[in-house]
Design a protein around this ligand. Structure first.
Ligand SMILES: NC(=O)c1ccc[n+]([C@@H]2O[C@H](COP(=O)([O-])OP(=O)(O)OC[C@H]3O[C@@H](n4cnc5c(N)ncnc54)[C@H](OP(=O)(O)O)[C@@H]3O)[C@@H](O)[C@H]2O)c1
Length: 325
């Protein structure tokens, strides 16, 4: 267990507070984890103060939402005590016109009902548009997301990997029509991928306090240093169906950068994973770092990164940036 208490940050301009370290289910739920291990992982995160659990319609073709729903029922935590989020865009019926790769009103209305049914929940706390859709007017999406919130099926809404321009357009439209505005992005952010959070969104954050619940803090495990000698058995890189990740996980240039971080982790007596996660959480533009894990020991190790956050001073940050430059 970490010595430091969990920090809870406001999610963008909203009053909702989320733990700075959170837990998501991409790749792992249903694919790598049975219900027992998924429960152990969520319990371990919760024990460390995590109040935010992320999911998506597309994860494991809907089975990830089903598994998280079953586990939440087994855990029996009061619904008011945690935040569950999901994301929609790709659809589960992609061959049907209107039902995949879209944010049209018809799809969104079916998608939220499908997610709630799979979870066995009455509402999700935040519903994200998992990608932007150039083929649907943003106005149509904003009105539909507003109506989903007004119907009590979600409390807030957000975007994932939208451009700053698209987000600003959505906020402007919502303001003009007195609709619920999106409050947070969900973008990739880690030591190897910093552009959106550190450059593209800066004005949006200044103007609108837009939140960001960031993903892949370990670049799918690469930043743990465990791919130094090739793809280890039992790792994400070795999973069937994720061959597309292999070239990234074995990229010589990236691996060399990561090895330059190792002495800094050694100096602090922490793991490379903890250093990388703490570095993300240190950024005030980050509302929550969504972590992922394929076993409970990883959850425990990753949430212990809470103790590493205060060690990353400006000087250490400079050294880390220099290492991965
Ligand atoms: N909005 C989006 O488009 C989007 C996209 C991706 C993810 N997400 C969200 O972000 C969450 C986190 O993303 P992610 O899973 O890619 O995060 P990540 O932290 O980059 O990768 C997590 C994976 O790294 C390995 N790992 C984690 N901790 C470790 C440790 N201490 N030591 C060794 N290996 C470790 C595990 O895989 P193995 O053990 O299998 O190697 C684990 O599943 C997702 O669950 C999802 O909720 C959102």
């Amino acid at each position: 267990m970490p010595t430091n208490a969990m920090e809870y940050r406001r999610l963008g301009p909203s009053g909702l507070r989320v733990s700075v370290l959170s837990f998501g289910s991409w790749v792992t739920f249903d694919t790598q984890l049975g219900d027992d291990t998924a429960l152990e992982c969520m319990q371990a995160a919760h024990d460390a103060g995590c109040n935010f659990f992320d999911n998506a319609e597309a994860y494991a073709g809907g089975k990830s939402e089903e598994q998280m729903g079953r586990v939440l029922r087994q855990l029996g935590w009061p619904r008011y005590s945690y935040v569950v989020t999901t994301k929609v865009f790709w659809g589960l019926h992609q061959k049907t016109v209107n039902m995949g790769h879209t944010l049209n009103r018809k799809y969104l209305m079916h998608a939220i009902d499908g997610s709630l049914e799979r979870f066995g929940l009455d509402f999700v706390d935040v519903l994200y548009c998992h990608r932007s859709d150039p083929n649907t007017p943003i106005e149509e999406t904003v009105f539909a997301m507003h109506d989903i919130i007004s119907a009590g099926k979600a409390h807030y809404w957000g975007t994932s990997e939208w451009s700053a321009d698209e987000i600003r357009t959505a906020i402007d439209l919502a303001e003009r029509h007195h609709l619920h505005k999106p409050i947070t992005e969900q973008s990739q952010y880690n030591l190897l991928e910093r552009r959106k959070v550190e450059r593209e969104y800066t004005r949006l954050i200044d103007d609108h306090q837009y939140g960001n619940t960031t993903w892949s803090p370990l670049a799918s495990g690469l930043l743990t240093g465990k791919y130094r000698d090739g793809i280890p058995e039992g790792s994400r890189g070795a999973l069937e169906g994720y061959e597309w990740l292999q070239s990234r996980l074995t990229d010589a240039e990236a691996l060399a950068k990561i090895e330059r971080l190792r002495p800094i982790a050694d100096e602090f007596g922490c793991s490379m994973a903890q250093l990388a996660i703490a570095w993300c959480a240190r950024n005030p533009a980050v509302s929550s770092v969504i972590t992922g894990a394929s076993r409970v020991q990883q959850v425990q190790e990753n949430f212990d990164a809470l103790d590493v956050i205060p060690l990353i001073t400006d000087e250490v940050d400079d050294r880390m940036r220099a290492a991965v430059r």
